[in-house]
Design a protein around this ligand. Sequence first.
Ligand SMILES: *[C@@H]1O[C@H](CO)[C@@H](O)[C@H](O)[C@H]1NC(C)=O
Ligand SMILES: *[C@@H]1O[C@H](CO)[C@@H](O)[C@H](O)[C@H]1NC(C)=O
Ligand SMILES: *[C@@H]1O[C@H](CO)[C@@H](O)[C@H](O)[C@H]1NC(C)=O
Ligand SMILES: *[C@@H]1O[C@H](CO)[C@@H](O)[C@H](O)[C@H]1NC(C)=O
Ligand SMILES: *[C@@H]1O[C@H](CO)[C@@H](O)[C@H](O)[C@H]1NC(C)=O
Ligand SMILES: *[C@@H]1O[C@H](CO)[C@@H](O)[C@H](O)[C@H]1NC(C)=O
Ligand SMILES: *[C@@H]1O[C@H](CO)[C@@H](O)[C@H](O)[C@H]1NC(C)=O
Ligand SMILES: *[C@@H]1O[C@H](CO)[C@@H](O)[C@H](O)[C@H]1NC(C)=O
Ligand SMILES: *[C@@H]1O[C@H](CO)[C@@H](O)[C@H](O)[C@H]1NC(C)=O
Ligand SMILES: *[C@@H]1O[C@H](CO)[C@@H](O)[C@H](O)[C@H]1NC(C)=O
Ligand SMILES: *[C@@H]1O[C@H](CO)[C@@H](O)[C@H](O)[C@H]1NC(C)=O
Ligand SMILES: *[C@@H]1O[C@H](CO)[C@@H](O)[C@H](O)[C@H]1NC(C)=O
Length: 780
Amino acid sequence: MQKESWNSMSIILVTLSFLFVFISQNVFSAPSSRHLCLPEQRDALLEFKNEFEIGELSRYCYSVGQPKTESWVNNNDCCSWDGVACDTKSGEVVELDLHCSRLHGMLHSNSKLFRIQSLRSLDISRNDLSGQIPSSLGNLSHLTFLHLDGNNLVGEIPSSLGNLSHLTHLILGVNRLVGEIPSSLGNLSHLTYLYLGINRLVGEIPSSFGSLNNLYYLDVGYNKLSGSFPRTLLNLTKLSVLSLSDNQFTGTLPSSLFTLPSLESLDLGNNQFNATLELGNISSSSKLKQLRLGNNNFIGSIPISISKLANLEGLDLSYLNTQGPVDLNIFSHLKSLEDLDISHLNTTTTIDLNAILSVLKRLVVLDLSGNHVSAINKISVSGPHSQSITGLLLSGCGITEFPEFLRTEHEIFYLNISNNRIKGQVPGWLWTLPELYDVDLSRNSLTGFERSTKHRLSNVPKPSMEFLLGSNNNFSGNIPSFLCMFKSLRVLDLSNNNFNGSIPRCMGNFIKRSLLVLKLGDNQLSGKMPDIFLSGRNLTSLNVAHNQLVGKLPRSLSSCSSLEVLNVEHNRINDTFPFWLESLQKLQVLALHSNEFHGSLQYHPKVASWFPQLRIIDISNNSFTGTLPSDFFMYWSAMSLEGNSSELKYIGGDYRFYQESLVLMNKGVELTYPMILTLLNAIDISGNKLQGEIPKSIGLVKNLIVLNLSSNSFSGNIPSSLANLTKLESLDLSDNKLSGQIPPALGSPHKSIQDYSFSQPAHRSDTARDTVSDPRFLVF
Ligand SMILES: *[C@@H]1O[C@H](CO)[C@@H](O)[C@H](O)[C@H]1NC(C)=O
Ligand SMILES: *[C@@H]1O[C@H](CO)[C@@H](O)[C@H](O)[C@H]1NC(C)=O
Ligand SMILES: *[C@@H]1O[C@H](CO)[C@@H](O)[C@H](O)[C@H]1NC(C)=O
Ligand SMILES: *[C@@H]1O[C@H](CO)[C@@H](O)[C@H](O)[C@H]1NC(C)=O
Ligand SMILES: *[C@@H]1O[C@H](CO)[C@@H](O)[C@H](O)[C@H]1NC(C)=O
Ligand SMILES: *[C@@H]1O[C@H](CO)[C@@H](O)[C@H](O)[C@H]1NC(C)=O
Ligand SMILES: *[C@@H]1O[C@H](CO)[C@@H](O)[C@H](O)[C@H]1NC(C)=O
Ligand SMILES: *[C@@H]1O[C@H](CO)[C@@H](O)[C@H](O)[C@H]1NC(C)=O
Ligand SMILES: *[C@@H]1O[C@H](CO)[C@@H](O)[C@H](O)[C@H]1NC(C)=O
Ligand SMILES: *[C@@H]1O[C@H](CO)[C@@H](O)[C@H](O)[C@H]1NC(C)=O
Ligand SMILES: *[C@@H]1O[C@H](CO)[C@@H](O)[C@H](O)[C@H]1NC(C)=O
Ligand SMILES: *[C@@H]1O[C@H](CO)[C@@H](O)[C@H](O)[C@H]1NC(C)=O
């Protein structure tokens, strides 16, 4: 399966594993009804409560309950408070369970919490704790359980936690912890469960971990750990679950790893382990159920001994660089296998889908992507396969037909057959599969959608479909209106096809509910954009570029308060500048390039809300007229304020389907930015009929990378304030009536002058160094 989808999947798994721990922990100590709690502990708890505000429910929580601390009031027994448990004999507070309690704030090193020395279990997971983990936590010397996962904790793991000698469970995952794992944790000889995954930890696993003799669960996945496989872990005979996934480990694997006596789940996926894969002398009594070695740099054939792992339920060998034939009979002994990922094996062997499905009868998820696959339609409908397929990934398998056998796979929810050569129509039965949720048909030669399912669909109360990707096919005709039945759609991508006709009004059905991303670009859609965006509150990206749309921009777009990207370039939209979008708090990209926009850019913005996040504005090749107001550049706050480079990320980078690309003129060349970096700030107003002076306020958009004012009728002097734009990589002022000097700072040697294009269009190929010394180009 694809990297990103594993990401989200294992985050879900991880979250579930927290849940498991909570359940097992709750049997620990029941609240006492006899003992009144100690007054000083009650006071400490009340003060602790007041150290936090009640904020939003954490995204890692499922149920919305009352925050537990709300039941904490001064004049009753604190042992009866929500989340508090006391020792039945002494009345001391021994357990504090405040997970999902909406606590917002910092856990300070002088928190009153640390007065409660009797604590044996502390769970403040899945709140909104910020700041560092205070090292004074190491004073709570009776702790056996410590759960701080799912917060926003930063800084290093304090080495003082190694003093908590009774600790059995230490759970610090899903935070933003940095630095190395302190070797003192190796002192925690009672530790059984250690979860540090999804942080930013670096360095190696401390060798002291070899003395964690009782450890059965160790997960440090999704960090930046490096080095070779930590051999010290081979000492841990009780280890049952080990995940080092999604780090930067390299080198070979010790073959004795696979003979660790208790190992049931091993995940080393998404690292840089290399060399050949050796499983050593594994015995058929191995308990291994999950073996994930995918997305590494292993070379060579699949080890034959893998066939001894009779208990295996999940196997990921993706990206194993076999460089030759593969013997699939190896898998025939793995009778328990439910989930098999052998995508991208770089093998010369054609994989027979029918053979796999008829041997591995319990398989529910199969990923053969990137291998050549045959026998797509040789699978007998009443066939020998006993289990229903839930996920099938056949991306880039060279298949030419739609996999018909899926017609009876009623439990399938994920289908990825992208990047093949499938021709013909998408069969109507596909839409009747009741669980289907995520379908990728993109990059094929499909020509249409078979009808006849409309009837059945309208009977489905809540259609499951959320992700439907069909870009880069050969679909033509109208966009089928039955798609509007998918009222839960979150992503619909039909770009790069030959659809014509208008955008169906019925799309308002899902726009107003759930839609996040709508991509209809590069088709032949015509007519007006329908005014269907009212209450499209979840819409983050709308792309209808490169069509033949006419009329005005629908005013209902102003209610799309989550909109980040609006791209309507290369249409025939005839409208004035959409000042009315100014209050969209999240809009980052506005691309109106090559339309029939006209009128003036003179406007007095409501300064408080003027396009607060806009970073890229491309309104080039339209018919805007008049002069720019002198304060035109004053209010683009996202482009003016000093950027925080630690926040560097791609727009939509958190979201696997939401990969934006945009074409911008940079240095005189059309450059496609595959994902838009949030630090790319660009203003392109070239190819209009703007006149007058370039406002001096241009000097205020200090973080601009690309500025293109070419092919207008700007006159007067080039403003010296341009010198303030020290980050500029591309400047084009050509084809105007400008005079004067290039501000000296722009030509100063610390910048690469080649990056500036001052040339007339006719001289695009001249190097900038020439043009600067060539008097022809000093008059713009
Ligand atoms: C708690 O620990 C810190 C250092 O980790 C220490 O300075 C402090 O004295 C300790 N406080 C108590 C109450 O033990
Ligand atoms: C607690 O841990 C710190 C840092 O590891 C150490 O300096 C200190 O001596 C320890 N205190 C106790 C009481 O073990
Ligand atoms: C705890 O760990 C540290 C670092 O690994 C070590 O120096 C120290 O001696 C250990 N303390 C105890 C009490 O084991
Ligand atoms: C392995 O464990 C033994 C005790 O079980 C211990 O003596 C030894 O130091 C450990 N080795 C490593 C590398 O930690
Ligand atoms: C494995 O990767 C390391 C680090 O990149 C490299 O030095 C080493 O040569 C590689 N080994 C093999 C067998 O490719
Ligand atoms: C493999 O292990 C088995 C017992 O588990 C043993 O009998 C056999 O000799 C071992 N083979 C090798 C090559 O070490
Ligand atoms: C795939 O295998 C061939 C040999 O069969 C090798 O030449 C090629 O480099 C391999 N491809 C990759 C991406 O490693
Ligand atoms: C389908 O698989 C291809 C290749 O692995 C991948 O690039 C694409 O993102 C997948 N589609 C979805 C929707 O996950
Ligand atoms: C796409 O369909 C058109 C007819 O609608 C046809 O002329 C063209 O060859 C098809 N292109 C591909 C790549 O199948
Ligand atoms: C859409 O937004 C609403 C709030 O406006 C929210 O409750 C809902 O969960 C969102 N739906 C999706 C699929 O994100
Ligand atoms: C835009 O629409 C107006 C009428 O609203 C019309 O007069 C004008 O010609 C149109 N512009 C273009 C370029 O078609
Ligand atoms: C450059 O920026 C500074 C600091 O914001 C500002 O005071 C100055 O006026 C700007 N210079 C020009 C020429 O705009």
